[in-house]
Design a protein around this ligand. Structure first.
Ligand SMILES: Cc1cc2nc3c(=O)[nH]c(=O)nc-3n(C[C@H](O)[C@H](O)[C@H](O)COP(=O)(O)OP(=O)(O)OC[C@H]3O[C@@H](n4cnc5c(N)ncnc54)[C@H](O)[C@@H]3O)c2cc1C
Length: 432
């Protein structure tokens, strides 16, 4: 079958192995000489693709919950959405969540995902108490910050390349409401966007949509939303799909004119300055999940998400340079998301650096990759790096330049036998 991740690019001929059919771990590694774990395919590029993929979704049991301390033990194929449906009405929510709830616990650990609260709460691994990792010799290793810490640090952010995560215990946070008190701030340029972020640093959640097709005077104008869990006691939670994109749209639908039109309308929606709203957890954290199959709007060639982070001291100058280059190219992305990131953690390949991260969606077309190569060079000049979970095309040199612990990662893969047996298209391209 042809498999793809969220970007619909690349589409790759693969054979699927269902984990549940392999009760005997040793046999799994004996039967398949090379494969990659697959969660729910919400990474964008080729990190979960290879000739053989090991589908972990059948591992979907919730195993134990302690209401005294919020510790949840579950199998690795459980989706965040399944946890929310069960636990939010009972007053518990994830400590860290990305912009979609349709990812597995295994995928969340493997990418060490970050959310809108990274500047105060860090990556998903901060909420991981321990996990079980299956190695090629058939051994199941318990990993935590204290026990087998090297394996823990290599696995959180290690994109499935250090073994198969079979289950995890994570910390949930107490909430009294399924709603968010939100503040929306409309800015007119990059300078205002940065000061709005800095002035709201003490607020737990923040994210900005940036219009990346504007000219010089409005360069970097954005809509910043910040929020806190509401204090009311409304724990009613209903997950709704509002729309569905029923088929792949023709590629020409999204072009610089339609993107500019969308950006102009979207920017005009909120009132000028600052406004306040009460919204739901779904609308605040997962606005795109309400539109089923929204990835089809990019056409049959698919799309890629280009995400990089720049250190705090070079964030402003670097972003200004990148935005200017994109604006000049006319290949603007209507999904352009800017987040403030906090301290770097100890995990070897975790993406976040203290600074700002920008994520941009681009339709796959001929002139795109030369533009992205140029942007790579700018990001590297400003000391930045790129996110594996979104990548589908960067070079091994570009990747390695941003990750000083890459040699240690390669060494661990050699020593555990995972370098031989667990590989993705991405790990081969990037020589991981
Ligand atoms: C709309 C949208 C918004 C997003 N927003 C964010 C965001 O705000 N922040 C962020 O950080 N990310 C974000 N992402 C990316 C997404 O959270 C990650 O790519 C995540 O890893 C996807 O999880 P998955 O279960 O779908 O895994 P897959 O995409 O199937 O796999 C991702 C990686 O995890 C590995 N893996 C999966 N399961 C296991 C397992 N059990 N054991 C070992 N390895 C495993 C795979 O080998 C692969 O390398 C977003 C994605 C989408 C589509």
């Amino acid at each position: 079958m042809k498999l793809h991740s969220w970007g619909n690019y690349p589409r790759y001929q693969t054979t699927e192995i269902l984990f549940s059919q392999h009760k005997n771990a040793k046999r799994l590694f004996a039967d398949y000489t090379e494969f990659i774990p697959f969660g729910n395919g919400r990474s964008y590029g080729d990190s979960a693709l290879n000739d053989y993929v090991l589908n972990l979704r059948p591992l979907n049991y919730l195993m134990d919950f302690n209401p005294n301390n919020g510790h949840l033990r579950c199998q690795a194929g459980v989706l965040l959405s399944e946890i929310i449906e069960i636990f939010l009405p009972r007053g518990w929510f994830l400590q860290i969540t990305p912009g979609t709830k349709f990812i597995t616990i295994g995928g969340a650990i493997a990418a060490d995902v970050h959310g809108k609260n990274h500047h105060v709460a860090g990556c998903f691994s901060e909420s991981v108490i321990e996990f079980q990792l299956l190695l090629p010799n058939g051994e199941l290793r318990k990993c935590s910050k204290q026990e087998n810490s090297a394996l823990f640090q290599a696995t959180c952010g290690g994109m499935g390349l250090t073994g198969i995560i079979t289950e995890a215990t994570i910390q949930l946070q107490r909430v009294t409401s399924a709603e968010i008190e939100q503040k929306t701030i409309k800015t007119r340029n990059l300078e205002e966007t940065f000061s709005a972020f800095e002035n709201n640093k003490n607020i737990t959640y923040s994210v900005a949509w940036i219009d990346c097709l504007t000219s010089e005077k409005n360069l970097g104008r954005s809509i910043l939303t910040v929020g806190e869990h509401a204090a009311n006691s409304n724990l009613k939670y209903e997950s709704k799909k509002l729309l569905n994109v029923p088929f792949t749209l023709p590629g020409f639908v999204l072009n610089k004119y339609s993107t500019r039109l969308f950006n102009n309308i979207y920017y005009r929606l909120p009132q000028k300055g600052v406004s306040e709203q009460i919204t739901t957890i779904d609308k605040f954290f997962y606005p795109l999940d309400a539109i089923g199959n929204w990835n089809r709007i990019y056409g049959k060639n698919g799309f890629t998400q280009y995400q990089f982070v720049l250190p705090a001291e070079s964030s402003y100058a670097g972003l200004e340079t990148v935005l200017r280059r994109i604006s000049k190219s006319g290949m603007g992305s209507f999904l352009a998301v800017l987040k403030l990131l906090g301290k770097t953690n100890d995990n070897w390949l975790s993406f976040p650096l203290e600074g700002y991260t920008l994520a941009l969606d681009f339709k796959i077309e001929k002139r795109l990759f030369p533009l992205l190569n140029e942007l790579d060079a700018i990001v590297m000049d400003f000391g930045g790096r790129f996110y594996l979970a979104k990548d589908t095309r960067m070079s091994a040199t570009t990747f390695a330049a941003g990750y000083p612990k890459i040699e240690r990662f390669r060494e661990l893969r050699k020593n555990t036998g995972t370098a031989k047996q667990i590989k993705s298209l991405q790990s081969k391209r990037l020589k991981l």
